[in-house]
Every structure is written in structure tokens, then in C-alpha cells.
Design a protein around this ligand. Structure first.
Ligand code: FES
Length: 420
């Protein structure tokens, strides 16, 4: 193996390798104990069939001003790595990262969060690498070595001489007498490592920690926006109009147009499906309660973004509805020909978006699970093993569709605490 020069040069130095037969290979423990580190290092290179053909110290003279300049350059690179590593940690811990919607105060700072994490961690690692390269070029001796390859296991003399060689590398690198560079390089390496490890902290959460109950549930896996019904709230089935937010007085809202609106049974054709979201009374801004100046956009979007909120409201064709077989204990969950099933697939949580009118099957496009809408959302094909939870529904005195209870089981995929 040849390091540090072209093949032509290598050939020129091959003559310098002592013949292998001249090298003594067997040493007693006492003989090895009597040898100095330098002697062991030299012996190690020879036993490894390596000849150091050329070695030159970078700064052979003590107190060379050029060495001090080089030392400052390297220290500056490691210091920049440390500063940027610290900047990364500071951004990760203290920069405002919570969601801001368009037009909200602080949006600009919020949008800088991810780019700043990338820039600070990237530059920290880059300066650490540049420092290591600069150190090698400036302080590790120039060396040309030639090695002949050979096979076979290592014996004791090899392992002892290897340690000596590593000691020799440490000494000749002069890193041992440069504590500032040592400290900066070490700190830079630790901080660059943190830039990789720290973001994993974002996925460490306590799954049992409940917040206040809201339109997305309380943050635990067994609650949804529909759980508000258990707290005495009237919860409507809100239909998503898809209204796009626009700027009103420097603030992005759908003011004047409601994003979620209440739904009446006659809004749905027989054999069709509509995705609905929970909507409490104070979120209503339609029909006789419509106020063009009221702004409920944010509440509506929170309901739509609730990870377990989406429900498929299906109006079966009447002749099909006559064949429906309800699950025991859920006989009165439907309202006439209308059935409401959680849209969150019980396999691994994709939205089961497709309803096939002819077969009354609900299809999850992720892994092709199929559920039978006539048999309480029971899985009939694919990897899903649980039925889609059914939401009990009814119609209020004004003719709007409402939830008349909460799901009686958690929605979505399996997890440890789930009993159903
Ligand atoms: S997530 Fe629905 S089939 Fe896999």
C-alpha cells in the first residue's frame, strides 16, 4: 500500500524496504519490555511490512511564528464549529417553533426555525471537518510509507507494536501539546454529534399526558373532537366547504364564508359519502346563525386537522340499508339509511377515503383494506383486523345532523391500552 505519492515515486522507494528474511519476528516478553516506544513503533512498521521511506516534521524549529499562525487558523475553525454547534442547541431549545397561520404575528420568525436548524448544524459539522483537515495538513508530519500486503492472524508482537504505533501517531501529531485545539476539536465534535441526536428529542412524548379537552380531544389516543359530547356539548356533523382563507385586514381568514357548515340529511344523495368533522355550537356560523363579521376559521381548521376527527357519513341506498346488519350494542347508532364510521383506518391510520356504492365497501388506499358498510364497518379484505368504529348519530330539532354520543371504542390502529 502506498500513501502520499504517485505510483512512480513508490517504485523509487521500494528498494529501501529491508528484505523480510532480515527482520527478526520472534521476541520474548522481556525483550519487548526492554524496548522503548520508538523502537517498538519502528519494529511495528517493519513487521507489518511497512517502510517509512520519508518523514518530515512540518515545523522542525521550536517557536516558529508560522506554526503559531497555523495553530491560530486551526483553532479558529474549531471555534467556529463550537459556536455554530451552540447556536444550533440554542435555536432548537429557544427559537419560536409553534404553528402560526398566515398573517399572524411572529410568522416570519416561525418560518426561520427549520432553516436555522439546518444552517447551524450543517456549518458546525463543516467547520469541524475543515478544522480536522487543516490540522492534518499543518501539523501531522509529511510521510511516505510503503507496505506489502500479507494474510494471516496477528500475534502478540503485532498487537504490542500496533499500540506503540498508535502512541507514535499521537506524539507525532503534536495534538497532545495543543490543549486549546484539543478542547475546541472535542467540543466541536460533541456539539456536531448533538446536532444529529438532539432532534430525536422531539419525538419523545408522554402518550398518557392529557391536556384540556378541545376540538381535537385531549391529546391522548382514546379521545377525539367527538368526545366533547361526553362533556355535555352539542356536536354537529360539520361538512367541509373547502373555502380558502384570504387576507382580511392583514389577517388570513375565511371571514364571510364558513369553512365548516352544518349538514342536513337531504344534503346527501342516496349511495353517497361525505367526510364530516366535529363542530360545537360556538363554532357554528351558517344558516340562521350566520354572521358575516364573525371569524371562526381557526376553530374550523383545528377540527379539520384533528388527527382522529374525520368521519365518513354514508347514506346507503334504501334497498341496501334494508340488508344492513348492525353490531350488537350498536343497533341504534345509525339514523335511517345514514351510517357514520371513523375515517381513520384500523390498520395503521390512513384515511379510508373510498366508498364503493355498488358493493357498499369502504376502501383504504394505503394497503387495500376493505370494510363492509352494511356490516358495521367490519374488515372483509386486507391487513386491517378491526371494524371501523361507528359514531352514533341523529338529527336535532332544527333538522341538522348531530352526534348523539361518542365513539364507544378508540379510533385508529392498535396500541397497548386498547381493549377492543
Ligand atoms: S392503513 Fe389502511 S390498509 Fe393499511
Amino acid at each position: 500500500m502506498v500513501r502520499g505519492h504517485r505510483r512512480d515515486d513508490c517504485l523509487r522507494y521500494v528498494d529501501w524496504i529491508p528484505p523480510m528474511s532480515d527482520i527478526k519476528r520472534n521476541y520474548t516478553r522481556e525483550e519487548l519490555d526492554r524496548m522503548s516506544d520508538d523502537e517498538l513503533a519502528r519494529l511495528g512498521t517493519e513487521l507489518d511490512d511497512v517502510t517509512v521511506a520519508y518523514r518530515k516534521e512540518r515545523f522542525p524549529l521550536a517557536n516558529d511564528p508560522a506554526e503559531k499562525r497555523a495553530s491560530r487558523r486551526v483553532a479558529t475553525l474549531f471555534a467556529l464549529s463550537v459556536v455554530l454547534g451552540l447556536a444550533f442547541v440554542a435555536v432548537y431549545l429557544f427559537w419560536p417553533w409553534e404553528y402560526k397561520h398566515l398573517g399572524e404575528d411572529g410568522l416570519w420568525f416561525h418560518t426561520l426555525y427549520t432553516p436555522l436548524l439546518g444552517v447551524t448544524s450543517g456549518l458546525s459539522i463543516m467547520f469541524l471537518g475543515m478544522g480536522a483537515i487543516a490540522y492534518t495538513k499543518n501539523f501531522v508530519p509529511e510521510e511516505i510509507s510503503v507496505q506489502t500486503r500479507h494474510d494471516g492472524p496477528s500475534d502478540e508482537v503485532d498487537s504490542r507494536t500496533l499500540v506503540a504505533l498508535l502512541n507514535d501517531s499521537w506524539k507525532t501529531s503534536t495534538l497532545g501539546r495543543r490543549p486549546v485545539i484539543q478542547g475546541l476539536a472535542g467540543a466541536g465534535a460533541v456539539l456536531a454529534g448533538l446536532a444529529v441526536v438532539l432532534p430525536l428529542g422531539g419525538i419523545v412524548k408522554n402518550p398518557w399526558k392529557a391536556k384540556a379537552m378541545g376540538i381535537q380531544g385531549d391529546g391522548t389516543l382514546w379521545t377525539t373532537g367527538w368526545t366533547l359530547h361526553e362533556q355535555g356539548e352539542k356536536v354537529y356533523l360539520g361538512r367541509d366547504t373547502g373555502a380558502i382563507a384570504e387576507e382580511h385586514d392583514g389577517h388570513y381568514t375565511t371571514q364571510g364564508v364558513s369553512r365548516l357548515v352544518r349538514l342536513r340529511p337531504e344534503d346527501l344523495d342516496a349511495g353517497s359519502m361525505e367526510t364530516v368533522f366535529p363542530m360545537t355550537e360556538e363554532m357554528v356560523n351558517d344558516g340562521d346563525k350566520f354572521d358575516a363579521k364573525r371569524d371562526v376559521y381557526e376553530e374550523h381548521m383545528h377540527s379539520i386537522h384533528g388527527p382522529r376527527n374525520a368521519v365518513m357519513l354514508i347514506r346507503l341506498r334504501h334497498q341496501d340499508a334494508l340488508k344492513a346488519i348492525p353490531r350488537e350494542g350498536q343497533e341504534d347508532f345509525h339514523y335511517g339509511d345514514y351510517y357514520a364510521y371513523s375515517k381513520i383506518c384500523t390498520h395503521i391510520g390512513c384515511p379510508t377515503s373510498l366508498y364503493e356504492q355498488q358493493t357498499n365497501r369502504i376502501l383504504c388506499p394505503c394497503h387495500q383494506s376493505q370494510f363492509d358498510a352494511l356490516r358495521h364497518g367490519k374488515p372483509v379484505f386486507g391487513p386491517a383486523a378491526r371494524a371501523l368504529p361507528e359514531l352514533p348519530i341523529s338529527v336535532d330539532e332544527e333538522g341538522y345532523m348531530i352526534a348523539k354520543g361518542n365513539f364507544i371504542e378508540p379510533v385508529g390502529p392498535a396500541f397497548w391500552e386498547r381493549r377492543s
